[in-house]
Design a protein around this ligand. Structure first.
Ligand SMILES: Cc1cc2nc3c(=O)[nH]c(=O)nc-3n(C[C@H](O)[C@H](O)[C@H](O)COP(=O)(O)OP(=O)(O)OC[C@H]3O[C@@H](n4cnc5c(N)ncnc54)[C@H](O)[C@@H]3O)c2cc1C
Length: 386
């Protein structure tokens, strides 16, 4: 186990995708960044399964992108369906990027590659060390760990997830709400004669269901339900596909590889900065997984903040320039929160007349290439400026 230092340029709490990407970005620029996590080891579970084009672009400087692409499944097409009908098709393949697709890859692989890069840069995750409190003054910030050890840093970042201790310590409100429904997540094997390169979003009165390809012939199923079982079974997922999925070529679930449930909130931190302390990733924003944007937005926050802190710490930029982090990243998260919220509500319309109007509207949009492009730009997060 690596010894805990007494000082650092930047103390980062939380070694999820955001904390790993931030610490690697800082170390790549010669900044002494220290990363602590309260868990004895990484979570190593599937969770967020899509990496979008913008994130692949952003991670290129960390030399993570090529490995990620080689470990994932390329999905150049996204369709919105109701049973056997395709309501809307969004192709990513003419997007202005070197990565014109959604890359399907489980979160544990994304974290594994970010960690490998951090270690190649001489960094590590110091575990299990929970940050329990923070004090700051004009010259720096002191992070106190559960065992009483203190780390004095010039800046600190809470990348410590939705229930962020750092956000709580700073007294920053996490504004928003919790959806009534919960989500079933499952990585399964399917007997189904379908393309392995398409992400499908099924609309139904009962809830939204995503069917997406994963490496090794697996599929990820994500579905909103009134109350998800703690450990969704093959039968649970089969019932979802039977009631919401295709009828003409029904899908058979042959194997369950991983399953979980989670309750989704749509919340945004009122501020991303308090003095010398910043928030990134789920600590700053959480939203519906529709569109798979949570982890992506968090990684992009992290790299953005890493650049800005390195500019101050390594290149002598004014500390005032750090205000641009919140000014740049918070509106992006605000838009993601409201876009995913709108998508979730449209997808679960219950009234049959309104559903008919929605479907007709979507099929009309399907004839309009500029609409496709706008949707593809938004989902891939390429439309965001930074
Ligand atoms: C079951 C599940 C399924 C999900 N599925 C999807 C999905 O399909 N699509 C999608 O987009 N998103 C999904 N998500 C959300 C996605 O996993 C998150 O958006 C992403 O992990 C956020 O990354 P992060 O680095 O901000 O935070 P996290 O990954 O939450 O990492 C935070 C880290 O901080 C550590 N930590 C917490 N408190 C402290 C402390 N006080 N001191 C030190 N360390 C601390 C934790 O141990 C953790 O390692 C899912 C989440 C879960 C739980």
């Amino acid at each position: 186990m690596n010894a805990l230092p007494a000082t650092a340029d930047v103390l980062v709490a939380g070694a999820g995708p955001a904390g790993l990407a931030l610490t690697a970005t800082l170390r790549a620029k010669g900044v002494d960044a220290v990363l602590v996590d309260r868990l004895a080891e990484g979570q190593n579970t599937s969770r967020a399964a899509v990496v979008h084009a913008k994130t692949l672009e952003v991670l290129r400087e960390l030399k993570v992108t090529d490995d990620l692409v080689s470990r994932g499944v390329i999905a150049p097409r996204f369709t919105v369906r109701e049973r056997d009908r395709v309501l809307l098709t969004i192709d990513f393949d003419d997007l202005p990027t070197d990565f014109p697709y959604a890359l399907m890859v489980p979160q544990n692989i994304t974290e594994e590659l970010l960690l490998a890069r951090l270690e190649a840069l001489g960094g590590s995750v110091l575990r299990p060390h929970e940050l329990t409190s923070l004090r700051q003054d004009a010259d720096g910030v002191t992070g106190v760990l559960a065992d009483g050890h203190e780390i004095r840093a010039k800046y600190a970042v809470g990348a410590d997830g939705m229930h962020s201790r750092v956000r709580e310590e700073l007294g920053i409100p996490f504004e928003g709400d919790t959806y009534a429904e919960s989500f079933i997540l499952a990585d399964v094997r399917l007997d189904w004669d379908i393309s392995h390169h398409e992400v499908m979003l099924y609309f139904s009165r009962e809830g939204v269901t995503v069917v997406a390809p994963l490496p090794d012939g697996r599929h990820r199923i994500v579905a909103t339900v009134a109350e998800a079982p703690e450990h969704p079974t093959v039968e649970d997922v089969q019932a979802l596909l039977d009631t919401r999925g295709p009828r003409r070529h029904p899908a058979r679930v042959s194997d369950m590889l991983w399953s979980s449930r989670f309750r989704v909130h749509h919340r945004l931190a009122a501020r991303y900065r308090e003095g010398r302390v910043f928030l990134a990733g789920d600590a700053a924003h959480v939203h519906s997984p529709a569109g798979g944007q949570g982890m992506n937005t968090g990684i992009q926050d992290a790299v953005d903040l890493g650049h800005r802190l390195a500019a101050v710490l390594a290149d002598g930029a004014s500390p005032d320039s750090l205000d641009a982090y919140e000014a740049t990243r918070r509106p992006i998260a605000e838009e993601v929160v409201s876009f995913t919220d709108r998508m979730t509500r449209v997808a679960t319309v219950g009234n049959p007349a309104l559903r008919g109007v929605r479907n007709t509207f979507l099929r009309t949009l399907d004839w309009l290439p500029p609409v496709h492009r706008a949707m593809a730009m938004r989902i891939s997060e390429l439309g965001t400026t930074d």
